[in-house]
Design a binder for this molecule. Structure first.
Ligand SMILES: C[S@@+](CC[C@H](N)C(=O)[O-])C[C@H]1O[C@@H](n2cnc3c(N)ncnc32)[C@H](O)[C@@H]1O
Length: 283
């Protein structure tokens, strides 16, 4: 595993991605930093801050791109102007959960002509798509950003999945789902990680509080309901695990649900976990 959360505090987090240590803003980390880790902060290769606009220092010390291994999934990292690197480490546990659920489902239902169809909505650089593909699922990867879909395709290549059945779709999620409903397409496992605010391919406004109900109603119509799952995640402030499970319960009233926090974690016992989002999933 090429990721470690080293420390956090005073509104920042210090993380190691492969050989590179990077300090970035973290508004939840309102506690103090660990004294024992002061020198590690001082030795950070690069720092991103939002104090006067969006600023990197030490960006040149990092390679243009590098590859990390996250529990067997390889991901290309690169610094972006917004301080993102191409992965959200709090979602790693969900990648494993998706992999395990699909592996189990394929074992239980294996008939020669059936495949497990996985749909990744707001799919970003495709960590969950890679995990699902590695478990043997046929995947459909949807994101409105052409650049992010290109990045995810590169990740597929790095993972030797370029010949795996993955449909790459650059489109607005709600428009895509409306088309899939008309075509009668069904998916056995669906992940959706809607942004608080986003834009579709043609600039369509996506505001989570207005658009998510429509998305979930559409998700219901493309869900095969054959023992798979719908997993909803969020990074929007106030969208607690209970908010997400309430939303899923409205659409899937008969299903039992699990829910939890997305955490940035470290194996080091003296490093605090950082809450960074929430999830809820149908059982
Ligand atoms: C929060 S990120 C998803 C993170 C990703 N699931 C992960 O954990 O790595 C949001 C993504 O949604 C995409 N997006 C925003 N609005 C969209 C829309 N209306 N339709 C499709 N994708 C959209 C963005 O391009 C971005 O890649």
């Amino acid at each position: 595993m090429d990721y470690t959360l080293i420390d956090s505090g005073l509104g920042e987090k210090l993380e190691q991605f492969g050989n590179h240590t990077i300090a970035r803003p973290c508004s939840q980390a309102i506690w103090s930093k660990a004294k024992s880790k002061e020198d590690k902060w001082a030795q950070a290769d690069a720092t991103f801050n939002r104090k006067k606009g969006l600023n990197w220092s030490g960006r040149d010390a990092l390679p243009e791109a590098w590859i990390v291994d996250i529990n067997g999934v390889k991901m290309k990292l690169s610094t972006t102007d917004f301080g993102h690197l191409g992965i959200f480490p709090e979602t790693f546990e969900l990648w494993t959960m998706i992999h395990d659920k699909i592996t189990r489902s394929i074992k239980q239902n294996s008939t020669p002509n059936s495949s497990f169809n996985f749909l990744n909505l707001f799919a970003y650089s495709g960590g969950a798509t890679m995990s699902a593909a590695k478990a043997g699922a046929h995947c459909c990867h949807v994101d409105a950003s052409k650049g992010m879909v290109q990045w995810a395709k590169e990740n597929a290549k790095i993972n030797q999945l370029e010949d795996h059945p993955i449909r790459w779709i650059v489109d607005d999620v709600n428009k895509f789902l409306a088309r899939e409903i008309k075509r009668g397409r069904k998916y056995d496992g669906i992940l959706l990680d809607p942004p608080s605010f986003g834009r579709g391919k043609s600039g369509e406004l996506y505001k989570i509080e207005y658009a998510l109900t429509e998305t979930l109603e559409n998700v219901k119509k493309v869900f095969s309901n054959k023992g798979g799952f719908v997993l909803l995640t969020s990074h929007t402030p106030g969208f607690t695990p209970t908010v997400l499970s309430n939303l899923l319960s409205k659409v899937f009233p008969k299903k039992s649900l699990k829910k939890g926090e997305l955490l940035l974690k470290s194996d080091e016992t003296d490093t605090l976990h950082i809450p960074n989002g929430t999830w809820a999933c149908t059982e």
